[in-house]
Design a protein around this ligand. Sequence first.
Ligand code: B12
Ligand code: SF4
Length: 465
Amino acid sequence: MKILLIFPPLLGEERYGRLSRAGSYLPPLGLLYIAAVLEKTHDVRVIDGSVGRVSFSDILCQIGHWRPDIVGFSCFTSTYPKVTDLCSSIKQYHPQINIVLGGPHATACPGEVMAHTKADFIVVGEGEETIKELVQAIELNNDFSQVKGIFYRKNNQVVSTSPRPRITDLDRLPYPARHLLDMRLYKPSVMHFKKLPSFSIMCGRGCPFQCTFCSCAKVFKGKTIVRTPESIIEEVRFLQKNYEAQEVMFWDDTIGLKKEWMIRFCELLAPLNILWSCWIRVDLVSPDLLKLMAESGCWNVSYGVESGNQKVLDTIKKGFRVEQVRNAFQWTHEAGMEARGTFIFGLPNETKQSMQDTIQLAIDIRADYAQFQLLTPYPGTEMWDTLKNYGEVSNTDLSKYTIWFPVYTPRGLASADLSTTLRKAYSRFYLRPGYLWQRVRGLRSWDDLRRNMVGALSVMGMVRN
Ligand code: B12
Ligand code: SF4
């Protein structure tokens, strides 16, 4: 069968607002995992509308020329309105095409998505096993009730099948089909790489923590399942050999849940002579682990700090203390690595003072890069269900649910407070003499200088009124 997989168009400006120049443009690994299992037995093409300037008409033209049997979309909350429009256009001109949706938003509210779009199927959660069976059922005109983990239409009704169990052995999965996209189009955010090309890799799926704003646990429900260090190292080698990778980024929700796993991982990475970076929780690191990470090539560690106020951290069930944030940043610097933090404004119980606490914490811990963003509630999260207890949704246009627009206002604050604080946070943090000196002192090459200049220009765009 001919299958076209699409990551909907989402321009840099729509995704990152004023920071578009500094944003990350990374391949859609979820869609490429789906492509990898399908291309073994089908003819598969992928369009990634998050890079370049892919328009609706480009997509419709490709569909008109190639005439796929199935079109699959990856659907985030922010891209849901575009997916809805594209489904309608496809059905209008090519009613015979089967449309399948997957990804975080389709997984979080499949019934609603079926009701409001012209999609024929939704694959809930992890998609590799389900899509194989679903495509086979479409090809053979079989009964869909046997395909676990889907929503579909039957006699004008939306029906669902029993849940699909999680894939327990991730080592068996093929690598994402990166060869179906032009990898030269992708680039991490300016301050998130030292050398190019740099590739993103996933080491596992799921997260055992319960932060109320996070939708990660929804797609990969239940257990956190990780690949063996050996399998990941093989993928790194593959990327070095086939794409001349100079650097890899581990984009797992949180790496290093088990210390022994992490130690083995570092030991195997060290001889590859590759730079790497990862996301980890502040309460999972220790000075000795960070030292080991640095010795094996890690130069940059990102932490989801979220808030500098303990009451707010407790409200979102973050599960760590501000003190642990301070320690993690200090130890990371002592190990010789950069430490980055992401911070959210507008969380439940947020006040003007707590937002100041957050900015002050980012400064105190000498974060090498701070990403301040606005709370964006996503369907399927605990926060989504309890929003009304703490404030109100001020914007229901889901295309604005990209973390840069004030869409939710906690009680006691106004929407304008959030936008103003966001701008002030960037200027207070980045335009300090101490920060500028920290960056200048860290310059090691012309490339470093160039990346810092691009970052600086983006920050100027952000702080401008
Ligand atoms: C890496 C990453 C990024 C990268 C790359 C994004 C990309 N192009 O994929 C960057 C930094 C660019 C990014 C940006 C954003 N991201 Co992001 N990102 C992630 C992260 C950490 C990993 C994604 C990943 O590779 N997962 C691994 C794969 C295997 O999982 P998956 O993508 O879900 O795919 C599986 C299933 O969902 C399903 N599936 C997915 N698509 C399809 C399609 C079909 C047809 C089928 C059948 C199945 C299927 O099968 C896949 C394989 O099992 C996730 C968190 C997470 N753990 O997933 C957040 C996450 C996806 N991001 C999120 C958000 C909000 C964003 C932004 C809007 C934020 C922003 N403004 O910066 C942007 C916009 C997205 C865009 N257009 O790029 C949210 C989405 C929540 C939601 N409900 O929409 C997540 C879940 C994190 C969170 N906060 O909760 N992101
Ligand atoms: S925010 Fe991070 S630690 Fe919390 S549930 Fe999400 S991925 Fe896990």
